[in-house]
Design a protein around this ligand. Structure first.
Ligand code: PLP
Length: 469
């Protein structure tokens, strides 16, 4: 399999070539030159496979330059009961008749990002050990991504993580999750400022090409291709869990921010998984809902991004969206370049009066959005009907999913975080706290390790220099 860039300026590359990178060298995103498709009977043959075996069967199609035995060993090492607390890895639970919850939040940080990042940690270590290289991952987080990246990279050979977070602005639970890690290769830096200040510092450091090369600075953001690829697996797993016939269609409801999660569902559909609808749910930050309804992709200024009770979906633009648009415009990189030039100069592009919007409409997506009141009502409704507590992000997906529910088509709602991560919202909705999983009871009482810094690129560079050899 060869990978190309959505902007057309990258020589075809292998999975290993693009593994450690973020953006392609031409500023685009990477995608397979053609999507692999299922052979007749292949899907039926996957019924009954364990999660690591299914992950191997799917990922070998995308990572075909890695020796098969190595890839299989990486799956067995990643998708374990120890890390995910359940043999199924992504268990399916019935919410009501024909409506299912696909549990993606059983990994170490209790959010779906662990499924991809736990694999990424092992893939990065594998690649670095092979080449004798090393990598200093620099990132900014307001919560979920940073902790997921730290738990994926802790203790990995050749890797250090420098994670910037806004000082005293994360929830107590999230702060404790990150700052209590004892591993010497994990560095938490609390920055005096807000999340955007952290991100600006990361950008400033990364824009210093000489520093970046000299200190092998890398990232693990959501545009990394291997993350998308790893997420394809659980769409198959969910489908296999709720169907009995091999041509049976199901719909998926996906709480969306950067379009990473649902991009994997879209690719699963392109591979031939019988998906009827991809139901994309946003919160008040409805950039994607607006696009699928109107054809206008309009990014928001940072001060137009609402701070909501599903904060991991508070986005100003959807970083993975360019992958879908590349397909929608017939994979013509010149058109993609022109559209993102328009985003950069005027803040939006408009496909409504083009033939491409017809392609978009036929791609299987339907969309909707929700408000804080909708989330509260959905959490209460699901609790009353099933006794289960869902988190605010999952509630965004369930709310929109139920609006598009069709008789006779199983609906699988993706659970993207456990409610304990957003305790205050659960107390507001239900008047009680969610239960804490075993091992997380006293996490706030553990000793914490972190440095405090001004939002200053020079200070962060000095810190990195002082903590690398
Ligand atoms: C990151 C995240 C999302 C959004 O996923 P995308 O891949 O960015 O669309 C939804 N819910 C939770 C809990 C998340 O952490």
């Amino acid at each position: 399999m060869r990978y190309v860039s959505t902007r057309g300026g990258m020589a075809p590359a292998t999975f290993s070539d693009i593994l450690l990178g973020g953006l392609a060298p031409d500023g685009g995103l990477t995608l397979p030159e053609t999507y692999p498709t299922l052979a007749p009977g292949e899907l039926a043959g996957w019924r009954g496979l364990s999660y690591p075996d299914l992950a191997f069967a799917i990922l070998r199609k995308f990572a075909d330059d890695l020796p098969a035995d190595d890839l299989r060993a990486l799956m067995d090492k990643t998708y374990t009961v120890e890390a995910f607390h359940t043999e199924a890895i992504t268990p399916v639970t019935a919410l009501s008749d024909g409506v299912w919850l696909l549990g993606l939040s059983n990994g170490p940080t209790l959010a779906f990002k662990d499924i991809a990042l736990q694999l990424l940690g092992n893939l990065f270590e594998y690649a670095l050990v092979k080449t004798g290289g090393h990598l200093n991952i620099l990132g900014a987080t307001s919560g979920d991504t940073g902790s997921s990246a730290e738990y994926a990279m802790r203790g990995k050979r050749g890797i250090r993580v420098f994670m910037l977070s806004p000082h005293q602005k994360m929830s107590r639970f999230q702060t404790a999750q990150m700052f209590s890690l004892p591993d010497p290769n994990i560095f938490n830096i609390a920055v005096r400022g807000v999340f955007d200040d952290c991100q600006d510092v990361v950008k400033a450091v990364s824009n210093d090409a000489e520093f970046k090369a000299r200190y092998a600075i890398g990232t693990v953001n959501s545009i990394n291709w291997a993350r998308v690829a790893a997420q394809i697996v659980y769409y198959f797993k969910g489908w296999l869990a709720v169907t009995t016939r091999d041509d049976q269609e199901v719909s998926f409801a996906v709480p969306s921010g950067n379009f990473g999660n649902i991009c994997a569902g879209y690719i699963a559909k392109r591979m031939g998984l019988p998906i009827r609808r991809l139901i994309l749910a946003t919160n008040e930050n409805n950039v994607l809902d607006e696009f699928f309804r109107t054809g206008v992709y309009r990014v928001r200024a940072t001060d137009q991004v609402a701070q909501t009770s599903s904060p991991s979906m508070d986005i100003s633009k959807a970083s993975n969206f360019e992958r879908f648009i590349f397909d929608a415009v017939g994979r013509d990189p010149a058109i993609v370049r022109e559209l993102w030039r328009q985003v950069d100069t005027q803040g939006y592009f408009d496909l409504s009066n083009t033939p491409y919007f017809q392609t978009v409409r036929e791609s299987g997506f339907v969309t909707g959005s929700s408000t804080h009141q909708n989330r509260m009502a959905t959490i209460r409704r699901i609790y009353a009907e099933s006794g289960m507590i869902i988190d605010t992000h999952t509630a965004d997906g369930v709310k929109v999913g139920l609006e598009y529910r069709e008789e006779g088509v199983p609906l699988i709602c993706l659970e993207t975080a456990l409610p304990v991560k957003f305790e205050d919202s659960i107390i507001e909705a239900l008047g009680r706290s969610p239960e804490r999983p075993v091992g997380y009871e006293n996490i706030e009482a553990l000793p914490q390790r972190f440095a405090i810094s001004d939002a200053d690129a020079a200070a962060i560079k000095a810190y990195i220099i002082a903590h690398t050899d």
